[in-house]
Design a protein around this ligand. Structure first.
Ligand code: CTP
Length: 411
């Protein structure tokens, strides 16, 4: 529901700016809280008074408030927002967003915003076709920005073609759809999610680990909570944590270090859960002995004996109750589908999520691209998206795979 959501609107200079008061009104009517940032040139096309009356908030345009001389804290605006929409977004602003430039309050806010961001481009038809502009839009998309495509029609130049900003109703719909997920099988489910690496101690100061940050699993936990599920998140050692939004109360986090610890905690929690999504990057091997004191530098060469860790997913999945579902991940560098299918069958999963390691996917990346394989032979492949969008995409498809019958009975 968009009701009670905090929506930040950024307006740049362009004739379509005159339509934004209507967007503010639609959002307010739906019960959202609205704040507006205008660039200096936006204020040539729409007045701050109109926007502030409709949004019932002060309009921000400068780094310092000209009356109070107080600093307009762009970080606070970015943190306040549940969604940030930049409309109309001119080619200059799009290019600066790509490059990380920030010579106005709108851009600084964009750079520090943690919420999902939408842009609604508006420009003349030839500009919209320009390879540079197209590339900037593609780059923003690949970084997870939602692009609301421009529409065809008469343009301010007198020409006609594609470049008009999408109508305020379309912008409202895009935001509303984002916050109004369909009722799904996730509602009320209790789901065990694992995320992050495990650290296998060598001695009191060293460990074997991997580059996982746990971001993908945290995004899944947050998306589940948004869909009304209750999440038991078992998180390996990472600096990341669940963000403080209004659904965070639906997520209980238990922090663990080693694979053995993760197995124990998961076993205890899983009996109370409806299913499991195992995204943690569990270390396959652990040192046979943990040295009680720091190992001192001595010989030219030393060796470490490693023994196999328990396979948590296999243990839980093969001992689960009939009503419990089990979803695993497969991180591969080669023969992705073949390896993932083997894991799907060997670990007796309902579905497996394959992600390949490359520049834009896998560990320490903000984006991901997945293939979902289920045990009926179905294969679903996503585009490259931000990890939070991938989480939503994954849950939409798992909803169809896991709760097909429940959903049918509901309708
Ligand atoms: N997994 C697990 N316990 C382990 C290793 C992996 O629970 N000791 C889980 C992962 O969380 C993931 C799935 O098993 O959901 C597949 O993990 P992956 O590392 O891709 O494969 P492995 O089974 O470890 O096989 P390999 O490393 O040989 O590819």
């Amino acid at each position: 529901m968009i009701q009670n959501k905090n929506i930040l609107i950024g307006i740049t200079g362009g004739i379509a700016a005159y339509k934004i008061p209507l967007l503010v009104r639609l959002l307010k009517q739906a019960g959202a809280h609205v704040q507006v940032i205008c660039t200096e040139s936006a204020l040539q096309f729409v007045t701050a008074q109109t926007l502030s009356v409709l949004s019932e908030n002060k309009v921000h345009s400068e780094f310092f408030d000209p009356e109070t001389h107080l600093w307009n804290h762009h970080v606070n605006l970015g943190l306040w927002a549940d969604a940030f929409i930049i409309a109309p977004a001119g080619s200059n602003t799009l290019a600066k967003m790509v490059q990380g430039q920030c010579d106005n309050l709108l851009l600084t806010t964009y750079l520090s915003a943690r919420c999902p961001v939408w842009v609604a481009p508006a420009m003349d038809l030839d500009m919209y076709e320009q390879p540079g502009v197209k590339l900037n839009l593609e780059t923003l998309k690949s970084r997870g920005v939602h692009v609301i495509d421009a529409e065809e029609g008469p343009l301010a130049s007198g020409l006609s073609g594609k470049g008009r900003m999408a109508e305020p109703e379309t912008l409202f719909q895009a935001l509303n759809d984002y916050f109004a997920p369909p009722v799904t099988g996730w509602l009320g489910k209790k789901v065990l999610v694992t995320a992050g690496p495990t650290y296998e101690a060598i001695d009191p100061v060293r460990f074997i680990g991997n580059h996982s940050t746990g971001k993908m699993g945290i995004c899944i936990a947050e998306a589940l909570a948004n869909l009304g599920a209750h999440v038991e998140l078992v998180l390996g050692p990472t600096h990341l944590s669940v963000s403080e939004n209004r659904y965070a109360g639906n997520i209980k986090t238990t922090r663990v270090k080693s694979a053995k610890e993760m197995l124990q905690v998961c076993k205890d929690l899983f009996v109370h859960c409806d299913g499991l999504i195992m995204s943690a990057a569990v270390a396959d091997y652990t040192p046979e002995f943990v040295a009680p004191e720091k190992i001192k530098k001595s010989d030219e060469r030393i060796s470490l004996n490693l023994v196999k860790n328990p396979d948590i997913l296999f243990e839980l999945s093969t001992h689960r109750e009939q009503h419990q579902f089990s979803v695993g991940f497969a991180l591969e560098t080669q023969n992705g589908e073949e390896n993932a299918l083997q894991k799907l069958h060997k670990k007796r999963l309902d579905a497996i999520v394959l992600n390949m390691v490359n520049e834009n996917t896998g560990f320490q990346s903000e984006t991901n691209k997945i293939v979902i394989l289920d045990n009926s032979g179905k294969k679903i492949e996503s585009d490259l998206k931000s990890k939070s969008d991938i989480a939503v995409y994954l849950l939409e498809h798992l909803n169809l795979i896991l709760f097909k019958h429940e959903n049918e009975n509901r309708h």
